[in-house]
Design a protein around this ligand. Structure first.
Ligand SMILES: Nc1nc2c(ncn2[C@@H]2O[C@H](COP(=O)(O)OP(=O)(O)O)[C@@H](O)[C@H]2O)c(=O)[nH]1
Ligand SMILES: [Mg+2]
Length: 229
């Protein structure tokens, strides 16, 4: 839920979702380091909050707050969930109020089914809001490894889950973009791009769609002139 405060700041909540071990915490770490080191569209304000088990797995969640460097009143609250199945009730809580979801797939072929299970849980919690009210972006992560799936493989999953629209559908323009990524800092790929696209879409849903996916001729006409958020 996008919140406007009395000082006219805007808070947008973006959630990284995916099976345990897919790389969500690493993505946010790398996003933090990249935006702290160099001038980017967002910059971190404060440190990351991480609550982890001794093994390094996320126990509750991770959180970071980032601020748009172009629109300095826009802040992003970025969360990751703990992916293990026993944390399901907790994920439901963390999901509350989410404006945009970045689904992190572990691309290794042997995890294919686990990713689908995680997507089904997300779908269940969001009850039809994905894409229609909550923009969805995908990262097929760990592309630096061998034996990994490609965009087409996961596009088929989205189709099977009715999270993909054909060209004649008005929601076609909001089909999730599937980014090939590597979350490791040294080899990072697609980390900023995937975040920026999710952030951009959450902004457009608010400004032009009143919290829903903006559609129709009017939106298509103006969409060409929309500046970067
Ligand atoms: N090779 C490779 N390893 C990754 C990548 N992303 C994360 N990892 C590793 O996968 C493990 C789990 O990552 P983590 O971020 O804790 O996953 P989370 O459970 O989704 O938060 C860690 O050992 C990471 O270093 C990636 O893109 N490539
Ligand atoms: Mg984690």
């Amino acid at each position: 839920m996008v919140r406007w405060t009395a000082d006219h700041n805007v808070y947008i909540k973006i959630l990284y979702w995916g099976m345990g071990g897919s790389g969500k915490t690493t993505v946010v770490d790398t996003l933090y380091r990249l935006t702290k080191d160099q001038k980017q569209d967002i910059e971190p304000t404060g440190n990351l909050t991480k609550i982890a088990m001794a093994s390094g797995s996320t126990l509750y969640f991770d959180r970071g707050i980032f601020r748009s460097t172009k629109q300095t009143k826009v802040f992003y609250h970025v969360y990751t969930v703990a992916g293990q199945s026993r944390f399901s009730p907790l994920r439901k809580k963390i999901f509350k109020g989410t404006d945009g979801v970045i689904f992190v797939v572990d691309s290794q072929t042997h995890f294919f089914e686990d990713n689908i299970e995680s997507l089904k849980e997300l779908k269940n919690i969001t009850r039809g809001q994905l894409i229609t009210e909550i923009p969805l972006i995908l990262m097929i992560n760990k592309q630096d490894l061998s034996e990994v799936i490609g965009e087409e493989d996961f596009k088929q999953v989205l189709k099977d889950e009715k999270l993909w629209f054909e060209p004649d559908h008005e929601l076609y323009i909001w089909n999730p973009i599937i980014y090939k990524t590597c979350a490791l800092y040294e080899k990072q790929q697609g980390i900023i791009r995937s975040f920026s696209e999710c952030a951009r879409r959450t902004g457009l849903y608010q400004i032009y769609g009143n919290g829903k996916a903006p559609v129709g001729d009017n939106f298509l006409k103006i969409s060409k002139e929309i500046p970067d958020l």
